[in-house]
Design a protein around this ligand. Structure first.
Ligand SMILES: [Zn+2]
Length: 306
């Protein structure tokens, strides 16, 4: 099952009409995983026709407003639209208090269960798993506790060859067994070998989200050979001192992380509002890493380009 990434917001600090603050939707054919929730994320979701009912998990990197101010609006809108299915939010310490206070002060009574998992910011560990993928927290170095997230698809079962189904009148159970790389022994004693009746499926895909952070080579070990890497690039390298002081990275540094981690593709984002023409970010990063693109609101990326 292939993954697509839609950028809902790409700016840092303040939203502009064309560049909302950070939020992304990672989707497979069944679910949408929301990553950060900057102001206006729900408007972009609507605009891009991404169904909110498919969102069951939200992953928040840190509690700077440009990464989570969209939560109050989204949560209350979900409630008003009649949502009953639970929603789980993963994020740093303090998130629970924020949601609690919001509900209390705003007299908000939710009709669905809202589950908050506060994460330890300084460890790489599995924080979530479903039938499709695993999510790991990535410790980042920013001004406050911050985690990136690594999304790793689980290995896909093999694909059955359609002619085999017809020829051998395969049952659902037999198809399942063959797809899981196991041979089938039939009542008449004959054996169906999975290698004869299935082919290898697309390889599992991986996406790493790294925002916000200084240039930090320690994170390379966690994101080895990812198909797609999003790395913040708030500034160009001429402002590298400012970037470091503010807990951010430059396009040059993002490209170095992509190169050193063996990422197949790099997306830059979290631009400072001082930059109107973003092509300069590509120019700077391309000198180090060739397969680079810009996060822009509404832009859709295939996680793997195979
Ligand atoms: Zn921040």
């Amino acid at each position: 099952m292939s993954l697509t990434l839609t950028i809902l917001g790409c700016n840092s600090a303040v939203p502009t009409l064309s560049r909302f603050t950070t939020s992304q939707a990672l989707q497979n054919s069944s679910k949408t995983y929301l990553i950060d929730c900057g102001e206006g994320a729900q408007i972009r979701l609507k605009d891009l026709k991404i169904k909110r009912t498919k969102i069951h998990e939200i992953f928040i990197s840190h509690l700077h407003g440009d990464h989570f101010f969209g939560l109050p609006g989204l949560i209350t809108s979900l409630n008003l639209s009649g949502r009953l299915t639970p929603l789980t939010i993963y994020g740093p310490a303090g998130l629970s208090k924020f949601i609690h206070t919001l509900k209390e002060i705003g007299s908000i009574y939710l009709n669905f269960e809202l589950i908050i998992h506060e994460l330890q910011a300084d460890v790489f560990q599995k924080v979530f798993e479903d039938q499709y993928l695993e999510v790991y927290s990535i410790p980042l170095k920013h001004r406050i506790p911050t985690t990136g997230f690594l999304f790793k698809e689980k290995e896909h079962p093999r694909n059955i060859l359609p002619p085999s189904i017809k020829k051998h009148k395969l049952s659902i159970e037999e198809i399942k067994t063959l797809k899981n790389s196991k041979d089938v022994t039939r009542p008449d004693g004959s054996t169906l070998y999975y290698m004869d009746h299935t082919i290898i499926a697309n390889k599992a895909e991986s996406y790493a989200f790294c925002s916000d952070t200084i240039y930090d080579e320690e994170l390379i070990q966690y994101i080895q050979n990812v198909d797609l890497l999003y790395h913040e690039a708030t500034y160009l390298h001429e402002l590298k001192t400012k970037a470091r002081e503010r807990g951010h990275a430059t396009a040059h540094e993002a490209a170095l992380i992509a190169q050193k981690s063996g990422a197949k593709k790099l997306i830059l984002g979290h631009y400072s509002s001082r930059y109107k023409d973003l092509s300069v970010f590509i120019d700077e990063a391309e000198k180090i890493f060739s397969n680079v693109d810009l996060a822009l609101d509404g832009k859709v990326f295939q996680v793997s380009e195979h």
